[in-house]
Design a protein around this ligand. Structure first.
Ligand code: 6GU
Length: 253
C-alpha cells in the first residue's frame, strides 16, 4: 500500500519509522511519503492560513497551497505506481467527519493508495474537498468525539490501525480476527482479560480454565469475559450484537 501524507509538521510522523510500521516499510509492504504543505507556498512567510470569511474565531487553511499540493502528490504517486490515471482515496481527518471504525479501517486496508491531508486551525477551506471529490474518492473521518489541535495525531492513529491489517504486517494472522471490534464474532465486543507466566504473581492466580488445555472451555470463558467487559465499559455496544450471534449461554452471562 502507498500512503502519502501532506502536513505542515512532517516531523510529527517520526513514529512511523518505529515498531510494526517501521518493519512493514522496511519489508516493502507499506510505502509512506511525507510532504510539507509549505513547499507549495510562495510568500516570504510561507503562509498557509487566513481569517475566516463571515468572521469568527481562529484561522482557516488557504485553498491554493492545498490545491497545488494535491495536484503534485497525486501526479507523483500515479507516476511512481506506473499508472498515470490512478488516484488515491483522499482522507481528511476532522472532528466533523464520519466515525473512523475498525470496519472502516478494514475498507481502507483494501485500498492500494491513501492520501491523508492534515488540516490545522479551524480546518481547510471547504472548496478543496469539493474540488478533489471531482477526481478522487474523498472521506472525512473523525477518530472520536473530542477535538484535537490538528489532523496529524488522528492520521497516526488511522495509519497504524490500517497498517496492522495489511497482509504480512502481524506475525499471527489470527490475532486481528480476535481483536475488540473485529468484524465477525468480536463485532461490538471488547476483548476480555489476558494473562502470561508466572501462573501465580503476588498471590494472584491465572484463571484455572486457561491452564486446563480444554480449548472449547477456554473459548467459552473468553467469550463470557468479553460479554462482561462490554456490559461494564460499553453497554451500548451489547445492543448492537445481532440476536443470531448470541447463543443460549451468552444470554445467561
Ligand atoms: Cl480526525 N481531527 C481533529 N482535528 N480532531 C479530531 C479528529 C480529527 N477526530 C476527533 N477529533
Amino acid at each position: 500500500m502507498r500512503i502519502d501524507i501532506i502536513t505542515i509538521f512532517p516531523d510529527y510522523f517520526a513514529p512511523l519509522e518505529l515498531s510494526l510500521i517501521g518493519k512493514a516499510r522496511a519489508a516493502g509492504i507499506l510505502d509512506v511519503h511525507l510532504h510539507d504543505l509549505r513547499s507549495w507556498t510562495y510568500d516570504r512567510h510561507n503562509t498557509v492560513d487566513d481569517t475566516p470569511y463571515g468572521g469568527g474565531p481562529g484561522m482557516v487553511m488557504k485553498p491554493e497551497p492545498w490545491g497545488e499540493a494535491l495536484d503534485a502528490v497525486v501526479a507523483a504517486g500515479a507516476a511512481a505506481l506506473g499508472r498515470p490515471d490512478a488516484v488515491p482515496t483522499l482522507v481528511l481527518p476532522a472532528p466533523s467527519g464520519v466515525p473512523f471504525t475498525q470496519a472502516r479501517a478494514g475498507d481502507l486496508a483494501a485500498e492500494p493508495w491513501l492520501l491523508f491531508a492534515c488540516g490545522r486551525y479551524e480546518g481547510i477551506d471547504s472548496r478543496v474537498a469539493e474540488e478533489a471529490a471531482e477526481r478522487m474518492p474523498v472521506m472525512e473521518l473523525s477518530i472520536g468525539d473530542y477535538v484535537l489541535a490538528g489532523g496529524e495525531s488522528a492520521t497516526l492513529v488511522m495509519v497504524e490501525t490500517v497498517s496492522r491489517l495489511l497482509p504480512g504486517v502481524l506475525g499471527n494472522t489470527d490475532s486481528v480476527t480476535q481483536d475488540s471490534f473485529a468484524p465477525g464474532e468480536m463485532e461490538n465486543l471488547l476483548e476480555g482479560p489476558v494473562y502470561t507466566k508466572p501462573s501465580v504473581w503476588r498471590g494472584r492466580e491465572v484463571p484455572p480454565v486457561l491452564l486446563s488445555g480444554n480449548h472449547g472451555a477456554v473459548d467459552r470463558w473468553r467469550r463470557d469475559q468479553a460479554l462482561r467487559k462490554t456490559a461494564r465499559n460499553r453497554p451500548e455496544l451489547l445492543e448492537r450484537i445481532p440476536a443470531d450471534r448470541l447463543d443460549r449461554h451468552d444470554q445467561e452471562v
